[in-house]
Structure formats: structure tokens, C-alpha cells
Design a protein. Structure first.
Length: 270
């Protein structure tokens, strides 16, 4: 009996320690089976969130209704515009202004405007190569306010808005459908604002310039690409819209009776 008690007292602590270690290892295995699973779930949740945000960000940056969500920067259009003007100089569109060299194609705004409009009349077909989304964004960006947009630019904006935003072109007597000339008239107005420091202080021109610059930066590469394509066979050279309107007015005037009987108050009720 005494020897058994002595034996228990000798090995008892060892057994207790061994049992404690076994229970600790078992508990550790339980925790190790639970905790990693919890961390795995948390990690997977974070991955889903990051993926969702990345996807939504890529969608918003791919373009849409707002021109500012496009991939082009507000100043990128200037480099595309410069390339366009240099190409116009190379192809003889500055020939009415022989003093202009390829180095100063932007120095004379009047010469630049003549070259650009001459190009648009000869290549009216390019309008069909421009994406509808970029055309809509160009119109939604707005037209610079004040003297930076002349009467013809405002009429061009009206035609573009009617054709590409409202989906109902103006009647022939009110200006008709939009054309390629109208597109570059808007960019000419943008150039006028961008090269005049005081222009940004006029109305909403600063915001308009930003959005219009982005829209122009997206549409000008399409113009440059279309320039490399030959015009369709037999494509007519387009005349100026204002010239057409003047001819229409003169034609109507030539048909009016000289006695004034064409006036509403001079017409017979019978």
C-alpha cells in the first residue's frame, strides 16, 4: 500500500503534465482548423470588394455620357490638333496663305481657320468615320461662351445638337443636317478659348474648355485616321453652310413679286 502510494506520487505529476500537453495540442488543432477558415473567408470577401471596385472604376473610366469620364486628358487634344494642322499644311490647305510655314500653323488664327474649313469641305465624308458616342460627347461638352464662338460656330452647334442629341436634324431652311465642318468649327472655338488667358474668366468657359478638350482629344484621332483613307469615289465637295443659306435667301427673293403682293397683308383673301 505504502509502495503503491509512493509510486503514484512519483509518476502522478508526469502523467498530469502529459495530459495537459495532449489537451493543449488538441485545442490547438481545433483553433488551427477554425482560425484559418475565418481568415480565408475574410480574405475572399476583401478580394470580392476590390474586384468590384476595380470593375466599377474601369467601367466609369471607359467613357459614357459625361465627356470627363473619357480616357483622354483635357490637354491631350492640343497635340492631335497640331498634327492635323501640320498635315493640312503638307497637303496644300494653307496655299492661300503662303507666308505660313509648317512651324507656325497655329500662329495665324484666320489662316488656320481657312485651312481647316477648306479641308472639311473637301472631305465631308469623314463625318461617317466618327463614332456616335464621341460626337455626342463633343456636343454635350458645350460651346465656349462670348466672342470665342462666332455666329457660324453657334449655328454649327445647333445642327450638331439637333442631329446627334435630339435625333432630328434641322430643316433645310433652318440649317439642315450636321456635317463634318460643324465638328471642326467647335474645335476651332475650343482653340480660341485655350489660347486666350482671359477666356476662362468668361461665364462657364473654364468648365466647358475642360470637357470640350477631353471630347476633342477623343475625336481628333478618328479624324486623323480617316484622313489616311481615300475619299469615296465621286464624293462631292461641300460648300459653306452660310453660303448655301445666302443662296437660298436670294433664290426666294428672286421669286417674290416686286409689287409686294407676297407680303401677308398684301395677299387677297379671294
Amino acid at each position: 500500500m505504502v509502495s503503491g502510494l509512493i509510486h503514484f506520487l512519483t509518476i502522478g505529476p508526469t502523467l498530469a503534465l502529459a495530459c495537459h500537453r495532449r489537451s493543449k495540442r488538441a485545442a490547438g488543432r481545433v483553433v488551427s482548423n477554425i482560425v484559418p477558415n475565418k481568415f480565408s473567408e475574410l480574405h475572399a470577401h476583401r478580394v470580392r470588394l476590390v474586384t468590384a471596385f476595380s470593375t466599377s472604376d474601369s467601367i466609369s473610366s471607359s467613357g459614357g455620357g459625361n465627356p470627363s469620364s473619357s480616357t483622354s486628358s483635357p490637354v491631350e487634344w492640343r497635340s492631335h490638333w497640331r498634327v492635323l494642322l501640320e498635315k493640312l499644311h503638307e497637303t496644300g490647305h494653307y496655299k492661300s496663305d503662303p507666308h505660313i510655314t509648317s512651324a507656325d500653323v497655329e500662329s495665324d488664327s484666320a489662316a488656320m481657320k481657312r485651312a481647316v474649313l477648306n479641308f472639311t469641305r473637301q472631305r465631308a465624308d469623314i463625318l461617317k468615320n466618327l463614332s456616335a458616342t464621341n460626337l455626342k460627347n463633343l456636343v454635350r461638352a458645350g460651346l465656349p461662351e462670348g466672342e470665342y464662338s462666332d455666329r457660324k460656330s453657334k449655328n454649327a452647334y445647333r445642327r450638331l445638337e439637333a442631329s446627334f442629341i435630339k435625333g432630328q436634324p434641322l430643316s433645310p431652311g433652318d440649317g439642315g443636317a450636321a456635317d463634318f465642318q460643324d465638328v471642326l468649327r467647335m474645335i476651332l472655338s475650343l482653340h480660341a478659348v485655350a489660347t486666350t488667358k482671359a477666356a476662362e474668366d468668361h461665364g462657364n468657359n473654364k468648365e466647358i474648355q475642360q470637357h470640350l478638350g477631353i471630347a476633342a482629344g477623343n475625336i481628333l484621332p478618328e479624324v486623323l485616321a480617316a484622313m489616311e483613307l481615300p475619299p469615296p469615289e465621286g464624293a462631292p465637295v461641300q460648300s459653306d453652310k452660310a453660303t448655301n443659306m445666302q443662296r437660298l435667301s436670294k433664290s426666294k427673293a428672286s421669286r417674290r413679286p416686286r409689287d409686294g403682293s407676297d407680303q401677308p397683308w398684301a395677299r387677297s383673301k379671294w
